[in-house]
Design a protein around this ligand. Structure first.
Ligand code: UDP
Length: 250
């Protein structure tokens, strides 16, 4: 049985970065509550790379601290939480949450907008979601870019679509900064979430690790194998481990 949902959910701090103690099912329940409140709620899919970026990037750090919900995406956060003596219940991967939210949007009649990814990917993902959940209303899709010059035209496009739930796929931290700087301008959006490469997974443009590897907490290794150019970014993982190890007050 799922524990009773506490609002706001409790959180822990890992290297001064908040992470909420939520399961996948609770996350969906929280989004349903957020949708009832007429303001934009920002959700971030925190992983060890986010935490390390936040150490150097004050704007991103502030966004993570101000977000309405910080879900634990990334097995490293679970290990860290155990080491710090405040275990998180489970991993809530953004790439799985997008399906749950598309399904819930269909059931609740929310209007979903998919922003970002390479040209054509958002529309292809929308077609897949639409097939999976026939009642889903896609308010719009658009690749665009997080560049400042495009900002206002994209906001206008989303506002005129009357979307009330928004997925932004510009990769972190750009997507989260994009949402934060537009949170007052997006008139109808009640929930906005940065989803990284999730639409690439939905469309099969990128492939997730096999289930056994995910269960062993090795999704990051699979990603490094398929996209070796990520190695520099992924140095954040051992740095994260060392910093968390040293941060424990004994
Ligand atoms: N992306 C984009 N515009 C940009 C940068 C990235 O549309 O200026 C998209 C890219 O196509 C991909 C997504 O952002 O679909 C996430 O990229 P990445 O895999 O690097 O993000 P992560 O999942 O690691 O956060």
């Amino acid at each position: 049985m799922e524990p009773v949902l506490i609002m706001p959910p409790t959180q822990i701090e890992i290297l001064a970065t908040p992470v909420h103690r939520v399961t996948m099912d609770q996350t969906v329940q929280i989004v349903i509550r957020f949708m009832l409140e007429p303001r934009l709620h920002q959700i971030v899919t925190t992983n060890p790379e986010f935490v390390m970026t936040a150490q150097k990037d004050a704007e991103f750090r502030h966004i993570l601290r101000a977000a309405d919900l910080c879900i634990p995406d990334g097995v490293g956060l679970l290990y860290a939480s155990r080491w710090l003596g405040a275990p998180l219940p489970e991993r809530v991967p953004g790439s799985e949450l997008v399906y749950r939210l598309a399904e819930t949007a269909a059931a609740q009649g929310w209007r979903l907008f998919l922003l970002g990814a390479a040209p054509g990917v958002a529309q292809a993902a929308a077609d897949i979601f639409q097939k999976m959940f026939p009642d889903l209303v896609i308010a719009g899709t658009y690749a665009g870019s997080p560049a400042v010059e495009e900002n206002d035209a994209i906001v206008e496009r989303i506002n005129s679509s009357q979307a009330n739930i928004l997925f932004v796929a510009y990769g972190a931290p750009k997507q989260d900064k994009w949402i934060a700087r537009n949170r007052e301008k997006l008139t109808a959006v009640r929930v906005a979430i940065g989803i990284g490469g999730s639409l690439d997974f939905v469309t099969g443009k990128a492939v997730r690790a096999p289930k056994w590897a995910r269960n062993l907490g090795l999704e990051w290794l699979h990603r490094l194998y398929l996209e070796p150019w990520r190695w520099r970014r992924m140095l954040a993982l051992p740095q994260f481990a060392i910093n968390v190890f040293l941060s424990k007050k004994i």
